[in-house]
Each structure stands twice: as structure tokens, then as C-alpha cells.
Design a protein around this ligand. Structure first.
Ligand code: PLP
Length: 378
């Protein structure tokens, strides 16, 4: 199998196997209990938290069930308490659905929401955000790396521009595709909230983390036993959390080489595919090292996906979570025509992919195009 859908999820790191048997034998007690073995579990959770915080110098963090829950917690943050009952929000039109759909709901509830389109550059400029900020802008949410195109937004510059206009406005960035792949220092930035998800960095599905600055408003989304400093009730997903930290530790070993390797794989794939008939690169030039989004005119993305699947190569047409209700919202926001959007595919690599896999993928893509390009539904 050649797995090139690492933006959808990553294979759990092999070092987690050993952790599993250790966890089942020694680290399974409820971390909220009062006896010593449980306290040790709690300590391990806190050590995992510290490790994950340190990577981006985040002041505070709580664990959640996924990146989606972390985004929902921030966006549905009890805004009525912080000012007028109707607030203003700014986000981008190409956010992941876990952000986009929350803002759509806030809009339906009567709040005002601006959805900024990045346009052809694929990147949100600080000016385009700052010019919309007003006195009652409660929250601005701009993603760090776009999950479909790999576009990297300069979130520190955007946050600076926002706070210059209104220091009371809070700033969130969805870092799920960026964490451990793009350098980021939360402490020195004006970013109030940032999120990541374990399964995107070779951890397990079902564990997310919400990083936040001290003293920013944060209202519990799940109520109950008061775990996670009362901010996220529910018995902690201990195994998922420990695996999250272990996967991050593993990713950090030879980190620079891993990032350079992913960038080299992506570059090679692009070099080979740009010569293909009707090739259009959708990813911006300086996109994240793991994501390459391209379209091949006259070949539907879904058809190419299934042709490659026959050769054991797994790619995506877009975001995995929207594949069942395919939407071209992201492509539309960067000015891509609906016809070309239908032809888009996403290749996303991880450090375990090899140059041979990439060359084989390019060869099979080109031969699929030669055989089937042009047979497109009109
Ligand atoms: N944000 C981005 C940019 C993503 O790519 C994803 C997952 O695809 C999420 C958020 C949601 O993360 P999770 O799957 O942990 O809910």
C-alpha cells in the first residue's frame, strides 16, 4: 500500500504498540481517583500535557476528544457574557468544517460573521482581516495550514494586525495541519487559542488538545465531573493522551530531516506531475511540506482516485470529512472554477513515504491520465 492521504489521518507510530501493553497492565486507573496508582496516571497525563505545550511554548492546555471538539469549545465560548448579546466574528471561507459550521450557526443565531475569501493567492492577508475588525469583534479565527491546499497563513502577522485594531478581540488559529510541521511559538505571538489533533501526527484518533493563553475566556463545553481544570469534563482518554505525547516525541526525533524529507517528496511529485497533460497546481508555492493539491483537466478527481486505488495508491479528492457531501467551498474561495474543482486531487505525505513510492505514484497517475483523460461528465 502507498498511503498518500496523511492530511486525512496518519498511521499510528509503531512505538505506540509497546505503550499499549504497558498501559493495559499498569496505567489504566482513573486519573481522578485518590490512591497512588491513579495519581501516577494523572502525573503521566500532566507530563504529556507539558511535552505537547513545550513544542509551541503554549502557556496552558486541556485535552479534548478531537480537533473538532477543541474548535467548538473555543467558538461557542459563551460570548454573550463578554459584551453585547449580538457580536461580530471574522473567519475565512476555507476553514475546516469544524470551524466553518460553528460560525454558520452563530450567524443563524443572529451574530454577524464575515467569511473572508483568500482569493487566487490562497493566503489570507493581515490587512484583509484587520480592515473588518470593529469595536464588537469578539473573535477572529484563521487557520494556520489549510487542509486541502496546504496554504500557510502568517497567523502571527494576522493576530498582530487584529490586536492593533482592537486589543480586546480574541484570536484563534486551527493548527491541526500545522502542529509539528510548521514552526510556531505561541508565547511570543498574540494568538489566544490554538488547537491540534493526535491522529494527524501519528497518534490515535479521538484525542485533541486546546492550547490557550492564561486569563483568556474559556467556557466549558462539556459539563460533568470537572476534569481538565473544570474546562472539559469526562474521564480522560488516558491511552490516547499518552500516545499523543509519545507520537509527538517520535516525530520530534530527527525532526528537521523529517520535514525536509516530506518537502523533497512533495517537490519530486510536483516536478513529475506538472508535465502531465492539463496539470494545474492548486497548492500555493510555499505550502506546507506535506500537502500537494493538483487538478488534471479532463480527469475527474474521483475517477483518478479509484484508478490509483487499483494500483494500491491511496489519495484524496479533498478533506476526508467532507468526502461524503463533497463541497467545493475551499476551491471556490480561492477562485477555482467548478469544472477544475471536480478534477482536484490531494496527495499528502508523511516522513515514512519514500521517493520510490512518489515516483511510482507519478508514473501511475500519468498512465491513468493517458488512458482515461477526457472521459468527463459534462
Ligand atoms: N482542522 C483541520 C485543519 C483538519 O484538517 C481537521 C481534520 O481533518 C480537523 C480540524 C479536525 O480534527 P479531528 O479529526 O481531530 O476532529
Amino acid at each position: 500500500m502507498i498511503y498518500l492521504d496523511n492530511a486525512a489521518t496518519t498511521k499510528p507510530a509503531s512505538c505506540l504498540n509497546e505503550l499499549f501493553s504497558h498501559y493495559c497492565t499498569h496505567t489504566w486507573q482513573n486519573p481522578s481517583a485518590l490512591y497512588l496508582p491513579a495519581i501516577r496516571v494523572e502525573q503521566k497525563i500532566n507530563a504529556a500535557r507539558e511535552l505537547l505545550k513545550k513544542i509551541i511554548h503554549a502557556p496552558e492546555a486541556i485535552f479534548t476528544s478531537c480537533g473538532t471538539e477543541a474548535s467548538n469549545t473555543i467558538i461557542f465560548n459563551g460570548w454573550q457574557k463578554h459584551g453585547a448579546s449580538k457580536m461580530h466574528f471574522i473567519t475565512s471561507a476555507y476553514e475546516h468544517p469544524c470551524v466553518y459550521e460553528c460560525f454558520r450557526l452563530l450567524e443563524q443565531q443572529g451574530h454577524r460573521v464575515d467569511f473572508i475569501k483568500p482569493g487566487k493567492s490562497g493566503i489570507i492577508s493581515p490587512q484583509s482581516v484587520a480592515e473588518l475588525v470593529c469595536d464588537n469583534t469578539a473573535l477572529v479565527s484563521i487557520m494556520h495550514v489549510n487542509n486541502e491546499t496546504g496554504a500557510i497563513n502568517d497567523i502571527c502577522a494576522i493576530a498582530n494586525a487584529v490586536k492593533e485594531k482592537n486589543p480586546q478581540t480574541l484570536f484563534y488559529s486551527d493548527g491541526v495541519q500545522a502542529y509539528l510541521r510548521i514552526p510556531f511559538d505561541m508565547m511570543s505571538s498574540k494568538i489566544d487559542y490554538y488547537t491540534a489533533s493526535a491522529h494527524k501526527i501519528h497518534g490515535l484518533k479521538g484525542t485533541g488538545i486546546l492550547f490557550f493563553k492564561k486569563n483568556v475566556p474559556l467556557k466549558a463545553f462539556l459539563l460533568g465531573g470537572g476534569q481538565e481544570k473544570t474546562l472539559r469534563s469526562g474521564t480522560e482518554n488516558t491511552f490516547g493522551i499518552l500516545c499523543f505525547a509519545e507520537a509527538a516525541k517520535d516525530f520530534l526525533s530527527n525532526h528537521e530531516q523529517k520535514i525536509a524529507h516530506m518537502a523533497a517528496l512533495k517537490k519530486r511529485l510536483y516536478e513529475l506531475l506538472k508535465k502531465a497533460n492539463g496539470a494545474v497546481c492548486i497548492s500555493p508555492a510555499n505550502a506546507a511540506p506535506h500537502i500537494l493539491n493538483m487538478a488534471f483537466e479532463g480527469m475527474r478527481g474521483e475517477v483518478l482516485l479509484h484508478l490509483l486505488e487499483k494500483d494500491g495508491i491511496y489519495i484524496a479528492t479533498g478533506s476526508a470529512c467532507s468526502s461524503k457531501k463533497r463541497s467545493f467551498r475551499v476551491h471556490e474561495s480561492i477562485g477555482l472554477s467548478p469544472v477544475l474543482s471536480e478534477c482536484a486531487v490531494r496527495f499528502s505525505v508523511c516522513p515514512d513515504n519514500t521517493i520510490e513510492e512518489i515516483e511510482y505514484t507519478a508514473e501511475k497517475t500519468i498512465s491513468a491520465l493517458q488512458k482515461f483523460q477526457g472521459f468527463i461528465r459534462r
